[in-house]
Write a protein that binds this ligand. Structure first.
Ligand SMILES: CC(C)(COP(=O)(O)OP(=O)(O)OC[C@H]1O[C@@H](n2cnc3c(N)ncnc32)[C@H](O)[C@@H]1OP(=O)(O)O)[C@@H](O)C(=O)NCCC(=O)NCCS
Length: 223
């Protein structure tokens, strides 16, 4: 039997130093209200992430960007009310990232690299023993810290539990990339870590339906 086609995972990021008014026009009224309430420092990346999401969804399924309607799961993971498309978004001060697919459960996280956030006390508190060991032995402790962090958070978002998943219950292994979970089966997850222009780290964790292969396409977008 021929192998099934790989599941396409459409991952796009943008920097948020300048976001056009065209992006704002994509938002619905509730998103605009949230954006208005945010401090200036968080507003552009919120607008970028939510408008990029709407633009991407409309490329996957031709509907007007403003027409998409969302709901949230019990633990806060957003999903589409009337479409099988799946997605996740993340926004830092300077970057926004969106992932869309029609055949995988996904979580994504972007963090701007801030070397002053990296220290042993934070690593000890955030990371499991296995993660902490990898961080201690790393040649580049700053990059490794953000790789572990973003993949950890992407997994928390992929399974939808967010902060309700205890940080010590699972471990990200960087080489070869895999997950270990104390209580849940952790096979079948695809982990990807990308450095964005030495300024940010992007972590993606995805589980394709039925163990299918993954074809990930990563693009930089200007909004
Ligand atoms: C969702 C969460 C996991 C990530 O939040 P964050 O890093 O502050 O924010 P991000 O920009 O990456 O993601 C926010 C988006 O995730 C989505 N989201 C919210 N809850 C989610 C959940 N339970 N599952 C998946 N996605 C979720 C939303 O779309 C949200 O965007 P919006 O608020 O603009 O609507 C949050 O619950 C959190 O507080 N995380 C911190 C946990 C931690 O201690 N991490 C350390 C890891 S070492």
């Amino acid at each position: 039997m021929p192998r099934p086609e790989p599941i396409k995972i459409d991952l796009r990021w943008t920097d948020t130093y300048s976001v056009s008014s065209r992006a704002y026009d994509c938002l619905d009224d509730s998103e605009r209200a949230v954006a208005e309430r945010l401090p200036q420092s968080a507003r552009a990346s919120y607008i970028a992430a939510h408008s990029l999401l709407r633009i991407m969804l409309s490329e996957w399924d031709a509907r007007p960007p403003r027409s998409w309607r969302f709901a949230t799961s019990e633990y806060g993971k957003p999903y589409l009310r009337d479409s099988q498309l799946r997605f996740n978004i993340s926004h830092s001060a300077n970057h926004a990232v969106v992932v869309v697919s029609d055949g995988a459960e996904m979580g994504v996280d972007v963090e701007d690299i801030a070397p002053h956030h990296v220290d042993a006390e934070i690593a000890r508190r955030m990371f499991s023993d296995l993660e902490y060991q990898q961080w201690m032995q790393a040649d580049n402790q700053v990059a490794t810290f953000f790789q572990l962090w973003t993949l950890k958070e992407a997994y928390m978002k992929a399974i939808g539990l967010g902060v309700n998943l205890p940080l010590q219950d699972f471990s990200v292994i960087l080489s070869p990339p895999q997950l270990i979970h104390r209580k849940l089966p952790a096979s079948g997850w695809h982990l990807s870590s990308q450095l964005i222009e030495t300024k940010a780290v992007l972590g993606l964790v995805a589980k394709p339906d039925h163990g299918r292969d993954v074809e990930m396409v990563l693009q930089r977008i200007t909004l």
